[in-house]
Design a protein around this ligand. Structure first.
Ligand SMILES: Cc1cc2nc3c(=O)[nH]c(=O)nc-3n(C[C@H](O)[C@H](O)[C@H](O)COP(=O)(O)O)c2cc1C
Length: 208
């Protein structure tokens, strides 16, 4: 099957993209609104960009139906800050509850059963049930289109990192113990316990 993505409906384009780019890690993004209302939602268009400076990105895209901005995006535009947690086997069900499309005045921490904990460097709370929290300041906000499902890329610098003690040993994160979950297409997810090691080939001298 071959197609021109521009000829697909936004729904079919979404299904082709999410069925092609997978499994995806899931960011659990918390923000605070201009009225002080805390917000938390999962986002699987999520990626690491740079280690030093530490920079990450995710995409709170325009809503599929009416093409309006999500609360997470509006909050970040106002505050310039957010916290990224990780979705694990332990907190996936709560993260899924937090994805409900609800009015901006609904406290999604309460809705999903998450516990807000104070962050060290930003005003948005971190999620206590996430074993890792990356506190971020907004660096760039890029827009791709304006219709339903159009892309909004949030790029942030990590200004403070929190890792649960039992997961951090000799500068490494024990990812098997952490149990991150990946997002597939539709409502499908994958566990990450079935792992194997593959050493990189030795470095060869490049031509001058
Ligand atoms: C596992 C999962 C991953 C998601 N990933 C994204 C994503 O990458 N981008 C996006 O715009 N919405 C994504 N969503 C949907 C948002 O979580 C949902 O629209 C949420 O209501 C946004 O909340 P807000 O309006 O409070 O920001 C995802 C939902 C789930 C359950």
């Amino acid at each position: 099957v071959e197609c021109d993505p521009a000829q697909l409906s936004s729904r079919d384009a979404y299904k082709l993209l999410t069925g092609s780019v997978l499994p995806r890690p899931i960011a659990l993004v918390s923000t605070v609104g201009p009225d002080g209302q805390p917000n938390v939602s999962p986002f699987s268009y999520f990626q690491a960009i740079s280690a030093r400076p530490m920079v990450i990105s995710f995409c709170p895209n325009l809503r599929e139906g009416e093409g309006t901005e999500k609360d997470t995006l509006r909050n970040i535009r106002c505050s310039g800050e957010f916290v990224v947690g990780v979705v694990t086997e332990e907190n996936l069900r709560m993260a899924n509850e937090a994805s409900a499309e609800v009015a901006p005045d609904v406290n999604e921490f309460q809705l999903a059963g998450f516990t807000p904990a104070p962050a060290a460097r930003v005003r948005a709370p971190r999620v206590a049930e996430s074993p890792i929290s990356l506190e971020c300041r907004l660096l760039h906000l890029l827009s791709f289109g304006n219709g339903p499902g159009a892309g909004r890329l949030v790029i942030g610098e990590v200004v403070h990192a929190y890792v649960r003690d039992d997961l951090y040993q000799d500068g490494r994160i024990d990812f098997l113990r952490m149990g991150p979950v990946g997002r597939m297409a539709g409502n499908w997810y994958c566990r990450t316990g079935d792992v194997f090691e593959l050493p990189r080939p030795p470095a060869v001298k490049r031509h001058p």
